[in-house]
Design a protein around this ligand. Sequence first.
Ligand code: PMP
Ligand code: GLU
Length: 397
Amino acid sequence: MFLSERLKAVKPSPTLAINAKAVSMRQAGVDVISFGVGEPDFDTPKHIRDEAVRAMEEGFTRYTAVGGIPELKDAIIEKFRCDNNLSYERDEVMISCGGKHVLYNLAHALLNPGDEVIIPAPYWVSYPPIVVLAGADPVIVGTREEDDFKLSPESLEMAITPRTKLLILNSPSNPTGSVYTESELQALAEVVLRHDIGVVSDEIYEKLIFDDRPFCSIAQVSEELKSRTFVVNGLSKTYAMTGWRIGYVAGAREIIAGMTKIQSQSTSNPNSIAQKAAVAALNGPQDFIQTMLQAFDERRQYLLQRLRGFTGIDCNMPGGAFYAFPNFGYYFNSKAGGTTMKGSADICEYFLTEARVALVPGIAFGDDNFVRFSYATGLETIKEGLDRIEGALGKLV
Ligand code: PMP
Ligand code: GLU
C-alpha cells in the first residue's frame, strides 16, 4: 500500500508533535518544562461542565443537525451582534469540530487546484497544510519584525495574481501576538476589494487582547467586505475548551451550505454534548475570561522582561493571544559541544536536550529567526523554564 500523493506534501502539526514529545519525556521521568503547545492551562469553567453533565443525563446524546444545533447557532449570532456589531442569519453560520476543522471545511468548499491563498508569515502552522490538502497553493508573504509582523497593503498587492482566491488573516496572531488596528484592516480591505478576493479571518484569540486595546474584525470594515469574509472563531481558547472541539464560522450562505455538505459526508455533527456546553459558555457569565486574561498578562510581562534581559535577544511585546516570538538570530552559528546552531530547529533541539525546555521553532511558522513561547502555563514554571534557558544560552560559544 502507498500513501496518497496529497499526503506527501504535508507534515504532522509541529505544535502537536512537540507537545507529544514533551508528554512522552515526562512519562519517562524527565522533568520537561513546556512552552510548546498553545492551550490555556485553566479548567473549563464549572457552569460549562455542569451543562455538559446535564445534557448527558437528559439524553442529549444523539446525532444533531450536521451544521450545529439551532440554539448554538443563535448564541453565536448573538455573540457576533454584541461583540462585533455583525449580523448573520442561521444559514450563514456553521459549527464544526474546532476552528481547525472549520478551516479544513472552508478550504475544501472554496478551493480548486491552482488557486492561490495568501498567507502572511509568521503564520499558524496549520494554514499551509490545510490549503495544500485542498489541492491549492499557499503563497507565503513575509512581514517584518519592525512592522510588528503585520501584512502591509503593498506586500498584499504585490502577492496577488489572477489565481489568488483568498487571504488568511489572523488577529490576534499565533505565533506573534500582533493585533491589527481598524485602520490597518481598512487599508488591507481596500486592496482586497480592488482585486475581488475573499478573506478568511481567524479570530480565535479575539478575547485575549491586553492593555484594553479594542478588537476589530475585517468583516466590520464594510458590508461589502463582510460579504466576502469568513469569520472563523471557536471556544478552545476563550473558554479553555480545547478538548471539547467546538469551532464556528460565519459567512456567505452558499459556502456555508457547501461546508455543511462536506461535514455531512465526513464527521457529521460536532459532539452533541459539547454543543450544549458551548451554548452555556457563550450565553453564561463571561467574567472567567477576565480572570484568565489577567493571569496571561502577568505572565506576558514577566516573560518579556526576562527575555529582553538575555544577551542578544529581542522580542516585540505581544498585544494578544498567549505567545511570545523572540528573535534568536544572535545565537545562530554558535556552538554547543560539536553542534552548530544553524537555525531555530537546532536551537529548540538544544534547549530540549540541554535544558529540558520544549519550545516551537520559528521555522514551523515560516520564519527561522524566531522561537515561539506559549506562556499558557504557571508563572513558577515560566520562571524555572527561563532560568534553564538562560543557563543553556550561557553555555553556547
Ligand atoms: N487558529 C489558530 C490561530 C490557532 O492557534 C488554533 C490553535 N488551536 C486554531 C485556529 C484551532 O483551534 P481549535 O481547533 O482548537 O479550535
Ligand atoms: N493552536 C495551538 C498551537 O499553536 C494548538 C496546537 C494545534 O492545534 O496545532 O499550539
